[in-house]
Design a protein around this ligand. Structure first.
Ligand code: ADP
Length: 320
């Protein structure tokens, strides 16, 4: 392997820049040439590729988002589209590709390795923490800090006005962000995607605690479960307390990456290059019990989904 490329794919996350920087500087230190692919698989298909040097990644370690840009490109599921992408890489003499994204991006990378012999390594980049084969994804810890800060602010205004707040937190079908943010932010209720949502039970709990004299209540709920504005109206009508829903949305995706994410991303970027130099292809990188690990992408996707954090949920129940 002499020339490698790096791209970011799927939803962006704080720390992706630090991961790109890790790949670039890790590769240069091994005497490899490095190329940046702009706008994910879409840019790969359209040959949006530029050689990078060590100064291409100056001043990015502290910047959120991804300077390479990211994209969704469902066409990549089409084998002929992948064939063209492999051809583009070959035309630059590139033999390996580091893909920073989630499990969808991993699947694309694995296919590129198996079908066309491009040595691909996947790095977990998403705030959702929903990537198999790792305890943490790049961006998760930063998004958690952002969500907790938002909850703190809501708490101030809720206690002043005896208001009920519903906070919708990202994570798709993974409630790691919701549960951790709820514990750190002292939320009274958690609605997680991994449990069936019992609307009636939630409303009755809130009714009881307000009747017992609580001045405010904060409900943390994962996205894609219910329309939180409708839920707020329903709670307000039943509990007779002003209730507002706040959707944190893309605010959670942006911002300066925290130190943990910068370090994790840097380590993973350097590690990806080391794996490629060992001749590994079709693997994804993770951190498990504080150690960097790599797994076959298919094995990770099929067998390494982390179980729901039931232990954290139990802790949270004692704190409310
Ligand atoms: P994530 O990587 O965060 O899971 P997506 O699921 O949106 O995000 O995937 C990002 C991109 O990866 C898609 O837009 C597509 O280009 C590629 N991709 C996703 N799933 C597949 C698949 N099954 N086969 C090939 N490429 C895929």
């Amino acid at each position: 392997i002499k020339k490698i490329a790096v791209l970011t794919s799927g939803g962006d996350a704080p720390g992706m820049n630090a991961a790109i920087r890790g790949v670039v500087r890790g590769a240069l230190s091994e005497g490899l040439e490095v190329f940046g692919v702009y706008d994910g698989y879409y840019g790969l298909y359209h040959n949006k590729i530029k050689q990078l040097n060590r100064y291409s990644v100056s001043d990015v370690i502290n910047r959120g988002g991804t300077f390479l840009g990211s994209a969704r490109f469902p066409e990549f599921k089409d084998r002929e589209v992948r064939a063209k992408c492999a051809e583009v890489l070959r035309s630059h003499g590139i033999d390996a590709l580091v893909v920073i994204g989630g499990d969808g991006s991993y699947t694309g990378a694995k296919l590129l390795t198996e079908e066309y012999g491009v040595a691909c390594i996947g790095l977990p980049g998403t705030i959702d923490n929903d990537v198999p084969g790792t305890d943490y994804t790049i961006g998760y810890q930063t998004a958690l800090e952002t969500a907790v800060e938002a909850i703190d602010r809501l708490r101030d205004t809720c206690s002043s006005h005896q208001r009920i707040a519903i906070v919708e937190i990202m994570g798709r079908h993974c409630s790691d962000l919701t549960i951790s943010a709820a514990i750190a932010g002292g939320c009274e209720y958690i609605v997680a995607s991994e449990h069936a949502f019992d609307r009636e039970e939630l409303i009755q709990q809130i009714e009881r605690s307000i009747a017992n004299g609580k001045r405010h209540a904060i409900v943390a709920i994962t996205e894609l479960i219910t329309d939180v504005h409708e839920l707020a109206k329903e709670i307000e009508a039943r509990v007779k307390h002003e209730t507002r829903a706040t959707v944190l949305g893309h605010i959670q995706r942006g911002g300066t990456p925290c130190a943990y994410d910068r370090i994790l991303a840097s380590r993973m970027g350097v590690y990806a290059v080391e794996l490629l130099l060992q001749g590994k292809a079709g693997y994804c990188v993770g951190i498990q019990n504080e150690q960097l690990v790599h797994h076959d992408i298919i094995d990770a996707i099929n067998n390494m989904r982390r179980p729901f954090k039931e232990d954290l949920m139990k802790v949270s129940e004692k704190l409310f």
